[in-house]
Design a protein around this ligand. Structure first.
Ligand SMILES: [Fe+2]
Length: 579
């Protein structure tokens, strides 16, 4: 389990296999839900408000949420009944030494006779998350984020990047980068300077496509990359004291912080461009350095920076790495997977290794659970479909924006066809409606295409598969106008390749859309309202469909639409039988 400042999660490993995992936010319905023991709350508040100058979000009480999370992953809220061999937790919001010995002893006592292994180093946990979730027997690894915990061996500085290799069940750390040189931290600083909220680094990445190199030219000497794969940011000095970072100083001089929701001018776009370029330089250099030092041409990545799909693709293109695996839940909420796999392989010494082949690690909801939710839901009509894939594809081809709820939820932040909102990629009409009426997102953010893997080459310039939507690819210019709704301003697309083995039902839906339109692609965005977590239950899906104004919802085998919708007759006339 993991209780970091970016969110809390739990993951169950049995016989070397991740059988179920959940992010706390999906249960509480508060995005990036954190939890800690009540005694830690004052210390957390002080750090966030005094040091980071951030609003203090609500923290949930660990003792209240732990049984619920345990029940989600094991089926029981009793540790005794769950028969857990070991619980592993990295250093996070419940650290040893931050509360009195009595309080910490009380926390440990909570787990009774269940064996625990706590206070595992944050970046080591990311390293195991990257390596043990990857399909590689041996590889280089990169853990890269904002920062981990403060470490005595680094004068109480925290790590922001570790580089090394993995083999068997062990990782070997070769280099470490410490605060204040932090790629994730700088990316977050730039993101808030640009007027976006915490955790909206994706906005900066998207905005970068509109920028130019004017600001980069001013800061390109304020950081350096080294042949061992590490990097550092130059410090800003005043009266003989280091007071900040050169890049941040230059950014403040170049343009003042932007007020949220105010106009974005070219300077903001140029700052985003520069930050993205710095991230790419640092990461490509790290991949090159790792190849040089380890000889591996396979790389596993974890840490929040791993969600930067544009930089991931650049690493593939511009380093000798031939294969890159990025954890779908790359950030701190994925630490639960690293912790559990480390516990199984290293602490317990078990050998059986079955890395996850999917990110659909949430629990599924049965037909009768879906039926019960439908019966309770007001102001909707529904019918059971004989072919939900064909019916949904038909609706998308007619311009509907559809909620698509199937199987267990994705563990990571990308919706991959289990908790998705789908639309027609052929024109910008769906994107416009999603931006303005449904998701109410910034106009400059692109929507992603889910493409049948076997047809990906017709549209995208990408040699490998991208099952977790963590690579960006150039769209081939000759077909770009056929899929306007999913191409970014620079011609790139953040693609998800879909195979029949990977997700048969989603694959069939896209195949049905292909049959109707000759386009083997649907527009895919996450099934959540603005500022809300991705839907977890059928009840969440129904409520979100109504609040967002989706045209219809495909939940399991049921088609659902708003009562009295002008197209109700059209829905009923689909080749379906009424339930
Ligand atoms: Fe992290």
């Amino acid at each position: 389990m993991a209780f970091s400042g970016h969110g809390s999660s739990m993951c169950l490993v049995e016989d070397g296999r991740i059988c179920r995992a959940v992010n706390l936010e999906r249960m509480t319905r508060t995005k990036f839900s954190r939890a800690t023991i009540p005694e830690m709350q004052p210390a957390i508040d002080a750090v966030r408000t005094n040091y980071f100058r951030l609003d203090t979000p609500r923290y949930f009480n660990f003792y209240e949420v732990f049984p619920e999370m345990l029940k989600y992953v094991t089926g029981t809220d009793s540790l005794k009944e769950a028969e857990i061999d070991l619980i592993v937790k990295p250093n996070d919001n419940i650290p040893f030494g931050a509360v009195s010995e009595e309080v910490y002893a009380g926390f440990l006592k909570y787990f009774g006779s269940t064996k625990t292994h706590f206070d595992f180093e944050h970046h080591l946990c990311h390293a195991y998350q990257a390596f043990l979730c990857s399909p590689f027997e041996e590889c280089a690894f990169m853990s890269v984020d904002g920062s981990g915990e403060r470490l005595a061996r680094h004068n109480m500085n925290s790590l922001s990047m570790t580089l090394g290799s993995g083999s068997g069940a062990r990782v070997n750390t070769m280099s470490e980068v410490t605060f204040p040189s932090t790629l994730g931290g700088m990316y977050s600083t730039v993101t808030t300077h640009l007027g976006f909220r915490e955790h909206q680094e994706g906005n900066t990445m998207a905005l970068a496509a509109f920028g130019g190199d004017e600001f980069y030219e001013q800061v390109k000497d304020a950081y350096s990359v080294h042949s061992d794969g590490t990097f550092n940011f130059d410090l800003e000095w005043k009266d003989g004291k280091a007071v900040g970072l050169e890049i941040a100083r230059a950014m403040h001089e170049y343009c003042p912080p932007r007020e949220p929701d105010s106009e974005l001018d070219q300077r903001h776009r140029n700052v985003a461009w520069a930050m993205q370029k710095i991230a790419e330089d640092v990461l490509i250099n790290a991949a090159r350095g790792l190849h040089e030092r380890t000889g591996h041409d396979r790389l596993a990545i974890a840490g929040g920076v791993g969600l930067n799909c544009v930089a991931n693709t650049k690493m593939l293109e511009e380093s000798p790495m031939k294969s890159i695996y990025i954890c779908p839940n790359a950030g701190d909420r994925g630490l639960a997977a690293g912790a559990a796999l480390y516990g199984y392989h290293v602490v317990l010494g078990q050998k059986e290794r079955h890395p996850p082949s999917t990110d659909y690690l949430g629990r599924s909801y049965s037909d009768s659970e879906i039926g019960a939710a439908l019966k309770e839901c007001s102001n909707v009509e529904y019918q059971r479909s004989e072919d939900i894939c064909a019916d949904t594809a038909e609706l998308i081809s007619r311009g509907h924006i559809v909620g698509w709820f199937q199987g267990g939820a994705e563990f990571g932040p990308r919706a991959l066809g289990h908790r998705s909102i789908l639309g027609d990629p052929r024109t910008t009409a769906s994107k416009k409606r999603l931006d303005e009426e449904i998701k109410r997102r910034e106009w400059f953010r692109p929507y992603a295409p889910s493409v049948l893997a076997q047809h990906s080459h017709r549209f995208f310039d990408l040699e490998c598969e991208s099952p977790y939507m963590l690579l960006a690819a150039d769209t081939r210019s000759e077909v770009r106008s056929e899929i306007d709704g999913v191409v970014h301003v620079d011609g790139s697309a953040r693609i998800q390749t879909v195979t029949e083995e990977g997700e048969p039902r989603y694959h069939r839906l896209i195949s049905e859309f292909h049959r109707r339109t000759d386009i083997p692609i649907v527009l895919n965005t996450s099934f959540n309202g603005n500022g809300e977590p991705i839907v977890e239950t059928p009840e969440n899906a129904l409520a979100t469909m109504k609040s967002m104004g989706l045209d219809s919802l495909s939940v399991g085998d049921y088609l659902v639409w708003p009562k009295d919708a002008p197209y109700a007759g059209e829905m009923k006339a689909l080749h379906s039988r009424s339930d």
